[in-house]
Design a protein. Structure first.
Length: 136
């Protein structure tokens, strides 16, 4: 599986974590409690993304962000925004983004319906519809 990720270039004042993928994984958010710098695990390639730069992940690499109070959903609302492009899905169930398991959150390819994404927060999982005219 090859995944391209790109994050938006505009920074909102209330962001608690933001990685512009400008050649590194430095947290550029103005509102976070701590600096949530990440690290690349394996060799990562930078490419032009949908907005600014993006990274290419091919299954032999990933991004790791340390545990942080900024990223804990708990009983509060959380919003996650990213552009991604998947060239191929080698498995029926593939994770795009995850914060642990159990009571944490995860965004993944829906295991039963491959044209949908699933968001899991806590114990429940709710499928997300593909955009109109598009597929996942």
């Amino acid at each position: 599986m090859t995944v391209w990720l790109a994050f938006g270039s505009a920074i909102h004042a209330d962001l608690v974590a933001y990685w512009p993928l400008d050649g590194q994984l430095k947290d550029a958010a103005p509102f976070g409690q701590i600096n949530d710098d990440g690290q690349f695990v394996g060799q990562v390639t930078f490419k032009d993304g949908r907005i600014g730069q993006g990274i290419v992940l091919d299954g032999s690499n990933h991004v790791s962000i340390p545990t942080s109070p900024d990223l804990e959903a708990g009983n509060k609302n959380i919003s996650i925004s990213a552009w991604f492009r998947v060239d191929a899905w080698p498995e029926r169930y593939e994770t795009l983004l995850a914060k642990g398991s159990g009571n944490n959150y995860q965004l993944a390819r829906h295991a039963v319906d491959p044209d949908r994404l699933a968001y899991f927060g806590g114990i429940q999982g709710d499928p997300l519809e593909a955009p109109a005219g598009g597929t996942v």
